[in-house]
Write a protein that binds this ligand. Structure first.
Ligand SMILES: CC(=O)SCCNC(=O)CCNC(=O)[C@H](O)C(C)(C)COP(=O)(O)OP(=O)(O)OC[C@H]1O[C@@H](n2cnc3c(N)ncnc32)[C@H](O)[C@@H]1OP(=O)(O)O
Ligand SMILES: CC(C)C(=O)C(=O)O
Length: 801
């Protein structure tokens, strides 16, 4: 069936009250009302499965904890469960002395009696009696005239008075009385007042303070806008006699979705008390939401006298007992109400937090209140026990501000604006591709992955292992008059792991960053320039660290062009040392820029303007072959390298350098040296430590079986060699170390031999190196390799020469 073209033919509008002098529109709420929770009655009666005694008990204690002093706990005449629950609270001494238990009863004697019995012996109780007063209910439900309606209320009020007085005398319970002209908002206003006047008279003992009679004026069904409810309340308040002896209670439902507004206007119109349920449970669309009302007051600077500082625990109890969820967009309590997904909201919130921090710091200094004034956030989530975690959540609708906010919150990094834009692009691409919300973890992981930031798991291809930045005066830095202090040049000297290989690189520049970039250019052909740099501190005191941000542009461009270039890469570094953080930021950006593209071969520069020294060459050998060259061996090989690199302008790649080492010392190559060891054995001679070496050598392609004695294996080897040559070979230096571990361990021997060339005063030296699982074999091979480096003069008497 379509909706009606003319609904006025079906639905009658409300009849406005003529109140030309209404006061409520210009009033402001400055105090909290008396609150009554009817969760355990009006809320409970609306549930498909009413609460068990255990659930009601749990809920009751949550209400007490939240600060409720008046709690409608049951309709005791309705069921044994309700009756026994109330008795359990009282008999089990579960009700704090300052809390009033309220119970509802219809205007029926037997049910009133049971209701009074339910609360007998409690410290304080409110008997709440109701009968409907509107024309429809009079005519249809009760089939009563106005007079009969008044008579029903009056008669049963007297019964309540009599039964409560008897009970008070017997048990000492302090009673109050609440009467509801049910369907008040649909009742003729004057008739509602007439019924209440009659009830007041029948009660006969309305007084001041706790003796006031409560007239509860329900919008049993919300059928008109809130201003009409306010008019009805103001009309009632202004006409009821002995107003000071009356508490006017509001009991709005939410059929038009205006329960909260109706209550707020009703309070301005004179309502002293509000009946409602947490999160708006209750008949149909629910009773008015007490949490919503209380926190509306709170955000106006009025304490509601209710405590929702741990709102999640309240939600947990209420949802468990009602078996109903709280909507994600429910005011103050919904999962999404402090959350911004959209970019412009996030941007405003991020800026808002920054501005507020500064404003609060100033206000604190002046001793002034630190007012909450945040875009899109009407209340501080922290006041409800919520953290800021959920405030900004990211999906494809989000912008740079929100993402930067999360990076700041979770990684402590305050990204410069242009880096925010750059990282936003990264996150957007992922969010678009995956078409889902990006969790905080998604974002922080994307950040770490992109900028190779935060621990070994995220290390990039280039990792700074150690560094030294030193300075030296610039040769051309003195000004003519010499007044200006000498300008300084920075020298970077560091070990960088490049694709897992440790490399020593050096460079110089105006500052540490340009010195590192120079080193990368020289050694790796990685050519970038810095376009933007910024830094800030993280933490305080002795834990303070520096965070640096670098934007790199491709080098090799004219600086002017580089600045214009749209292609750039950001990087971030954190270190307790400020230079370290900047250097790490450069490598972070470089890692981002190079991605997985093949790097040019690493180079050492050993030529005229050498950037690499003998230690770098030794390091290269160590990293590639695990050989710890003795210092003089390093010097010797460095000369070899320099000679070899002459043809290439002083540059040599790591690969060429390692090959050069192998070839020079016959280390790990197929071609044997001129003198090589075929086999040997070593015998002890006599009692002492003298040895006899029986050795088979391949000497320039010819096998020689030789024997000699010495104090040890090396001296025996020299004796063997010296027996074959003119002149003398002597050992200048010997060193050894092990490589490998466990059963795979090998000995490495380094031998430097000196050869006194016969007939000259010349003394030549050469190094040999070898490794073997047998230490004697490794020493012998090292000796033979060193000996092979000389032009040895053969002994004339040997083999007919
Ligand atoms: C707006 C509100 O929320 S009001 C509270 C509503 N809550 C509840 O109803 C929950 C608890 N109620 C119950 O358990 C039952 O209704 C009881 C025990 C109170 C009464 O049960 P029953 O005797 O079976 O009557 P029933 O539930 O059918 O109620 C309707 C009768 O009560 C009368 N009645 C309704 N309200 C009232 C009242 N406030 N005072 C006196 N009589 C009333 C009706 O006119 C009707 O009378 P009739 O049988 O003569 O026609
Ligand atoms: C009993 C009355 C107060 C009631 O619950 C209502 O009118 O909604």
């Amino acid at each position: 069936m379509p909706m009606l073209a003319d609904p006025s033919q079906k639905y009658k509008p409300y009849t406005p009250l003529h109140l030309p002098d209404r006061q409520w529109p210009s009033k402001v709420q400055r105090t909290a009302p008396i609150w009554l929770s009817t969760d355990l009655r009006d809320g409970n009666q609306a549930l498909a499965n009413p609460m068990t005694i255990e659930q009601k008990t749990r809920f009751f204690h949550a209400l007490v904890k939240a600060g409720l002093k008046e709690i409608e706990v049951a309709y005791p005449a309705a069921s044994d469960t309700d009756f026994n629950f109330v008795r359990g609270l009282i008999d089990g001494n579960q009700v704090p002395d300052d809390v009033w238990l309220q119970v509802l009863t219809p205007a029926r004697e037997d049910l009133i009696k049971r209701t009074v019995d339910a609360v007998a012996g409690s410290k304080r109780a409110i008997i709440h009696m109701y009968n409907a007063t509107s024309p429809n209910f009079r005519n249809v439900v009760f089939r009563n005239s106005k007079e009969e309606t008044v008579a029903l209320a009056v008669k049963h009020t007297k019964i309540v008075r009599q039964l409560t007085e008897e009970c008070a005398a017997r048990t000492g319970t302090i009673f109050r009385y609440e009467y509801s002209p049910e369907t008040f908002t649909q009742t003729e206003p004057d008739f509602a007042i007439e019924v209440c006047e009659a009830v007041k008279a029948a009660w006969g003992k309305a007084g001041l303070g706790d003796e006031r009679i409560v007239f509860n004026l329900p919008a049993t069904v919300e059928i008109a806008p809130p201003n009409h409810y306010a008019d009805q309340i103001e009309n009632f308040c202004s006409k009821i006699t002995e107003r000071e002896k009356v508490i006017v209670s509001l009991h709005p439902h939410n059929d038009r979705g205006q329960g909260v507004a109706a209550t707020e206007l009703g309070m301005l119109a004179g309502g002293d008390r509000v009946e409602g349920c947490l999160f708006g449970n209750g008949e149909r669309t629910g009773n008015v939401d007490l949490v919503n009302l209380a926190l509306n007051l709170y955000t106006q600077g009025v304490h509601p006298n209710l405590d929702f500082s741990d709102i999640q625990s309240v939600i947990d109890v209420v949802t468990a007992c009602n078996d109903l969820p709280v909507h994600p967009r429910h005011p103050y309590a919904g999962e999404l109400v402090f959350t911004a997904f959209s970019g412009s909201h996030q941007d405003a919130i991020k800026k808002g937090f920054e501005a507020q921090r500064a404003r609060h710091a100033e206000a604190a200094q002046r001793g002034e209140p630190q007012y909450w004034d945040m875009p899109y956030l009407p209340i501080d989530p922290a006041d409800l026990g919520c953290d800021y975690e959920a405030v900004i959540r990211v999906n494809a609708q989000s912008g740079k501000g929100g993402i930067a906010y999360l990076v700041q919150q979770h990684l402590g990094l305050d990204l410069p604006r242009k880096m925010q834009v750059a990282f936003y692009g990264v996150v957007q691409a992922i969010a678009d591709r995956e078409a889902r919300e990006m969790t905080v973890e998604d974002i922080t992981t994307a950040f770490r992955d992109t900028y190779r930031f935060g621990g070994s798991k995220y290390e990039g291809r280039l990792v700074l292992k150690s560094f030294k930045v030193s300075s030296e005066p610039r040769a051309d830095s003195n000004t003519e008059d010499g007044d200006e202090p000498a300008d300084e040049r920075r020298l970077f000297d560091g070990t960088v792991s490049v694709d897992g290989q440790l490399r020593v690189i050096r460079g110089d520049g105006n500052g540490p960053l340009s010195a590192l970039l120079d080193a990368l250019r020289t050694h790796l052909d990685i050519d970038f320039g810095v376009r933007e740099y910024s830094e800030h501190a993280i933490g305080e005191g002795s834990n303070v660290k520096a965070a640096s941000y670098v934007e790199l542009v491709r080098g090799g461009q004219e600086v002017k062009d580089a600045r214009k270039s749209s292609e750039s890469w950001w990087g971030v570094g954190v270190d307790s040392d400020i230079a370290g953080s900047g250097l790490r930021a450069v490598l972070s950006a470089v890692n981002y820029a190079i991605g997985d593209r093949a790097l040019p071969e690493l180079k050492l520069s050993v030529g005229f303007s050498a950037k690499s020294g003998q230690a770098d060459v030794a390091n290269a050998v160590l990293n590639s072959l695990q050989l710890e060259l003795p210092r003089r061996f390093q010097a010797s090989f460095f000369e070899v390298v320099q000679r070899a690199a002459r043809a290439t302008g002083g540059d040599i790649s790591y690969t060429d350098l390692v090959q050069l080492f192998r070839a020079t010392y016959h280390y790990g190559v197929q071609t044997p040296p001129r003198i090589s060891l075929a086999r040997f054995n070593l015998d002890n001679v006599g009692e002492g430590s003298r040895k006899q070496l029986n050795i088979e050598l391949v000497w320039a392609g010819e096998t020689r079986k030789l024997t000699a004695e010495g104090n040890g294996v090396l001296s025996s080897a020299l004796a063997v060699l010296n027996s074959q040559i003119e002149g003398t070979l002597a050992i200048r230096e010997y060193a050894e170390h092990s490589i490998g571990e466990g059963s795979g361990v090998e000995a490495v021997s380094f031998v430097e031999l000196a050869y006194d060339v016969p007939g000259t005063a010349k003394r030549e030296t050469a190094w040999g190196v070898s490794s073997d699982t047998d230490i004697a074999a490794s020493g012998l091979k090292a000796v033979m390799r060193a000996a092979s480096a000389f032009e040895l003069v053969p002994k004339k008497t040997v083999n007919g020469h």
